[in-house]
Ligand binder design. Structure first.
Ligand code: HEC
Length: 182
């Protein structure tokens, strides 16, 4: 091992030796720099007035919500003319096929979710009620809130399509749930 320079440690494992080189200066300064940075950063953001990403995010969301107040869902009078619009129902049918059949069945006869075609409803059977359930969901019962996931047009269209299913004859109707529709 004669070619190993002087500044190596005094051991030799199967011919493997370790140099005792000093760390490069720039590296040492960088390292000390990170410690100084942390000593300022940590107290400022964790105990001082600095905002952590989660706080900043919450504030930005509050600001965004203030600037964009939620647009109210259309009421029954506004929905009524739309529910006979073929284009709206076609659109709703498309959304239903991708988003709703897994729980309400391909023809709305119900699976995990209730039968949408019978004369019973848990949350009422007006157009507005149905659009609201679709938009807000029923988190505790496993009905997804579609408002945050779909456009308003899709929520309205699929709600009105669900409304239009009443009276149709599904292949495997689920037993009624909720109250009789008056
Ligand atoms: C993950 C399963 C699931 C999916 C997907 C789902 N639903 Fe539901 N839905 C449910 C469940 C469960 C209920 C019953 C809620 C309750 O018991 O209050 C429900 C309730 C409803 C109701 C109210 C029925 C009533 O009797 O009042 C409507 C309307 C409805 N869903 C429409 C839709 C539409 C439209 C879609 C697609 C955009 C959809 N659902 C997607 C599970 C689902």
């Amino acid at each position: 091992m004669s070619d190993v320079p002087d500044r190596s440690f005094d051991y030799d494992y199967d011919g493997i030796q370790e140099y005792d080189n000093p760390l490069p200066r720039w590296w040492v300064y960088l390292f000390i720099g990170t410690i100084i940075f942390a000593a300022v950063y940590y107290p400022y953001y964790h105990f001082g007035s600095g905002k952590l990403p989660s706080q900043q995010w919450a504030e930005d969301m509050e600001e965004w919500n203030r600037l964009h107040p939620p647009v109210p869902l259309p009421n029954e009078d506004e929905l009524m003319p739309m529910s006979s619009d073929k284009g709206v129902l076609e659109r709703g049918k498309g959304v239903f096929a991708t988003r709703c059949v897994s729980c309400h069945g391909p023809d709305g006869g119900g699976q995990v979710g209730p039968n949408l075609t019978d004369d019973y409803a848990i949350h009422g059977y007006s157009r507005a009620n149905i659009v609201k359930v679709v938009n807000d969901g029923v988190a505790a019962k496993g009905m997804i809130a579609w408002g945050p996931q779909l456009s308003r047009e899709d929520v309205v269209a699929v709600g009105l399509y669900a409304y239009s299913l009443r009276g149709s004859k599904p292949a495997n109707p689920k037993a009624p749930q909720g109250d009789p529709i008056r």
